[in-house]
Write a protein that binds this ligand. Sequence first.
Ligand SMILES: *Cc1c(COP(=O)(O)O)cnc(C)c1O
Length: 250
Amino acid sequence: MAFTTANTVEEFRRNLDDVQRRIDAAAMRAGRDPQSIRLQPVSKTVSEERIRNAIAAGCTRLGENKVQEAKWKHAALLDTGVEWSIIGHLQRNKAKDVVAFASEFHALDSLRLAEALDRRLQAAGRSLDVYVQVNTSGEESKYGIDPDDLPELLMSLRGLDSLNVRGLMTLAIFTDDQEAVRRCFQILRRLRDEMRDLDPELVGLGELSMGMSGDFETAIEEGADVVRVGQSIFGARPTPDSDYWPTAAH
Ligand SMILES: *Cc1c(COP(=O)(O)O)cnc(C)c1O
């Protein structure tokens, strides 16, 4: 996939407009209200200077995979008031950093991590919006909990008052086969529906965080409420995906 790098505010406006048009078209195809879909821009590896231009072009909340990177960017961009979503795997000893500045966490994948976050949140007197990450690809190396373990985790989360479960998140299988990708999104949607049938309270709003630059239109067709898009807004990343998640052989 070819990505157009944006540096200036004008270039960011153009890329954001383009992505929004594609979101709208995918929503229309699926008979959905485009307004109900949230674009979550992902700014990993992007410099402070370029991020400032993206914010000037309209980005109000940025996603980062790694909490260390998010931490310095949060500090550097405090004056902009931009909000931060942590979207990548988190180690328990980093829970305090997330609690210190993030408004959202998309990769909750264990009860122990949830408990660590909850303890810190209680101490800080605040709450955090979270999405539970599910492994829908069956790839051993992929983060996220096994679908079979989802009901139990969601039930346990109900006891942790400072975590607001907004829904489920997934990364699709890494392949050019869009039908295999689509199946991952269908699995996440079916799991959401099954959890709702079990108990309407279990998945909170029941939102689905799924879809990235290479597959967000497919994700929207399958019910995505939040799409996490980096390269289609900022341009191709210099770093390989294996820096962010363990990838199976391609
Ligand atoms: C980087 C990242 C994205 C965005 O990927 P792009 O290919 O840049 O759109 C989405 N989700 C997660 C968890 C990521 O780390």
